[in-house]
Design a protein around this ligand. Sequence first.
Ligand code: FUL
Length: 480
Amino acid sequence: MISRSLNLLAPALLFLLSCQDRVVEPPAPSGPIPSAAQVAWHEMELNAFVHFTTNTFTDKEWGYGDEDPSIFNPTAFNADQWVTTFKDAGFRGVILTCKHHDGFCLWPSKFTEHSVKNSPFKKDVVKEVADACKRHGLKFGIYVSPWDRNHAQYGSPEYVQYYRNQLQELFTNYGPIFEMWFDGANGGDGFYGGKREARKINGSTYYDWPTTLNLVREAESEVIFFSDAGPGVRWVGNERGVAGETNWNTITPDTLFAGKGGIENLLNTGSENGTHWIPAEVDVSIRPGWFYHAKEDSMVKTPEQLVEIYLTSVGRGSTLLLNVPPDRRGLIHENDVQTLAQWRALLNERFKTNLAADAKVTASAVRGDSKQFAGENVKDNNPETYWTLNDSERSGTIEFSFGEQRLVQYVLLQEYIKLGQRVKSFTIEAKTNDGWKKIGAGTTIGYKRIIKVDPVEASSVRISINDAKACPVISTIELF
Ligand code: FUL
């Protein structure tokens, strides 16, 4: 009898022992994965864009490049005021138009006379802003327009050399530079460039981007290149502040290039089976224009509009690049300062109490039944730990019980993107007094997904991952 029980117990004991000893391997990466610099870029979430040049003084959006530098005179210029305004709003970086299409340089470039050095202002705006960013702990990035309406040789190989010289000047003297933004305006096939006359260039070949990027990388190996097509981050396909509801960080860039038209929808959603990790960046202005115009003082977006933009950008796995243009004094206008502060207060208020933090977590399954991959990991504030399943599993549920009724309005989810973007479909349900109710759903998650659910009093919330490219790997879930 005793030996029979022992016979029965032995396998169970052996199983328990082997569970303790067994090392459960983490999932292998699925598809393209981000570089360390791209992960750091995702984590920034909010950056400020600054459009400032002669246009600020001529009331234009696209200068012709024939402006007299004497008009550039921001008499109360204060880069600390810009950067502290941005910092208080929660921005982590600033990208400055060092040169827009008018070709006017905000730094005293030795390669042109069309710059601050010939203005009454004289100061080096790029240095002022880069230094203010350092003082206040924000990263600094640059926008240097390839299209230059001032340069006489625009359209010829000499201009490309000029453009590269300027990049070298900037990367050598103003680093570290976290992101370089080159826009596609007048860069595509069949577009026209030059002062006030038509000058045809073929953007896909003229700029010879690979050579330029290699040059820049010699000075700043980790810099993130923004363009329609990447290679670091891609344009989101519109200037309204809206990333695709389905938003893959992956895309196949083979046939894409800066300035190529007709690819907006593709850029907006990315492709599930894209060959490269090139996430979308959402650039949008706080005002109708990119540059400051006094007539737009009353048209600054409201704090609520900015919350919506936050949800359709950061809340859809993108980074928001919000343009806030300084005025002719060289200051961020009072209306913009106010709306940014109110926006920050709204975000702090709406995402204040994370109900998941104290909830009891139950996962339908856990990879190798190992604690290392348990559901609890999604609420431990450690972005390096996650809940995941066995390799063959594409779906699973995780439930949060509060022990009492709580008002739920937002659900925040994060994938562990270092192992690739995986989730294709998910559903959110809440346990109300009338039983379980579906309160939200979505497709992709990526770095971050925030779903505004139908507000509901619930004692539990259940998130079901319905489908994924590989076993789902979820690093964070928060409920507000
Ligand atoms: C575009 C430019 O033409 C606009 O003036 C602005 O700089 C925007 C962010 O990019 O390509």
